[in-house]
Design a protein around this ligand. Structure first.
Ligand SMILES: Nc1ncnc2c1ncn2[C@@H]1O[C@H](COP(=O)(O)OP(=O)(O)OP(=O)(O)O)[C@@H](O)[C@H]1O
Ligand SMILES: [Mg+2]
Length: 331
């Protein structure tokens, strides 16, 4: 799954489809012990509609996990996080909700899938029982859930323990658990990174299909722009805590309008144009406590001009598209 296939997914989300997640002006500040407070997420707006898969992509350290966890209410207390801005999940504003209301909304309406399936599964409980624990109180049947994630529906299989399953099967069990409460939203943070490459596409395809058939809104966090290109309706590209480009996946991959997106694409191997040699992006993501002045991508950018000493805002650059670059028309 190395080629970007921008045409594979058509943007199915239209304005009339209700949003299941709406984030506005989100800022997350963390104060890890022994370190200075830093803000790994700044000025983020994000919308996920029913049936839509939104990809969140960016290099390591760009803030993807912090953003995903802030939306899910799962930031580690040890980081002493402060969350500012508006987070709506299924029309409920979580920012101003009491802790109990927030927990109730997140417990019933949102599922989070971690990178490592072992982080979810209890090694000493049969997988059928683990799924039943969530499924039965919600009126769902384990057999139906296993069927919908492509797992065997036999009694023998349900009686297995996690260690008797492959990585891909375990992640399917985790997704069955995630579906068991009929959530409106699934947030999956690198859900396939721990899996065999050949299995990765299968699991992503499953999430893609479940979004459509069960009308779930999915946020798919990934390093892998090729995977995003294949399975997401829209994409948000994150750099140094901010979204730098967003819009329909096919349009962004056809004509990126931020130099960072373009650089991420240049770093890919594309089987359709094997003569293209992947080019690594020079430099690295800036430290959060010492960001460059002006555009944060400026020091690594080949399109930099004087204008870039002023920090760009997200500006409209096409239908449903925004970019945080003054020079987007020169790309
Ligand atoms: N436990 C921590 N202690 C201190 N700082 C942290 C911690 N976790 C994250 N950060 C800061 O937040 C920034 C964003 O981290 P985050 O985990 O969201 O990145 P990411 O985009 O998910 O990266 P990756 O692709 O590697 O998962 C990091 O660059 C780091 O500065
Ligand atoms: Mg992460």
């Amino acid at each position: 799954m190395n080629a970007v296939d921008g045409g594979a997914v058509t943007a199915s989300a239209s304005v009339s489809v209700p949003a299941v997640v709406e984030v506005e002006g989100l800022r997350v500040t963390i104060s890890p012990r022994g370190g200075r407070p830093v803000a790994p997420v700044q000025d983020v707006d994000l919308r996920i509609r029913r049936g839509e898969v939104v990809g969140l992509v960016g290099e390591s350290g760009s803030g993807k996990t912090m953003l995903a966890r802030a939306v899910a209410g799962l930031l580690a207390p040890g980081l002493r996080p402060r969350v500012e801005g508006r987070i709506h999940v299924l029309d409920r504003e979580l920012g101003s909700a009491s802790a109990a209301e927030r927990r109730a909304t997140l417990r019933t309406d949102l599922s989070y899938v971690f990178q490592d399936p072992n982080a979810h599964l209890n090694p000493t409980t049969r997988i059928g029982d683990q799924v039943a624990e969530v499924a039965v109180p919600n009126g769902n049947r384990v057999e139906d859930l296993f069927r919908s994630v492509g797992l065997p529906t036999t009694e023998e299989f349900a009686r297995r323990y996690p260690h008797q399953l492959s990585g891909g099967m375990k992640q399917r069990v985790v997704i069955a658990c995630a579906l068991a409460k009929d959530p409106g939203v699934i947030i999956a943070d690198e859900p396939t990174t721990a899996l065999d490459v050949t299995i990765q596409a299968q699991v992503l395809r499953l999430l893609r299909d479940l979004a459509t058939t069960r009308e779930v809104g999915i946020l798919l966090v990934s390093h892998d722009l090729a995977a995003i290109g294949q399975f997401c309706d829209s994409v948000a590209v994150m750099y140094a805590g901010r979204i730098v480009e967003e819009g329909p996946t096919s349009a962004i991959l056809r004509t990126p309008r931020h130099p960072y997106t373009k650089a991420l694409m240049g770093a890919l191997f594309d089987i359709h144009t094997p003569e293209h040699r992947p080019v690594a992006i020079p430099g690295s993501v800036p430290a959060l406590d010492d960001p460059p002045d002006g555009c944060r991508f400026g020091p690594r950018c080949g399109y930099r001009t004087e204008h870039c000493d002023d920090e760009p805002e997200l500006i409209d650059v096409g239908p449903g598209r925004r970019s945080r670059c003054w020079n987007w028309e020169r790309l």
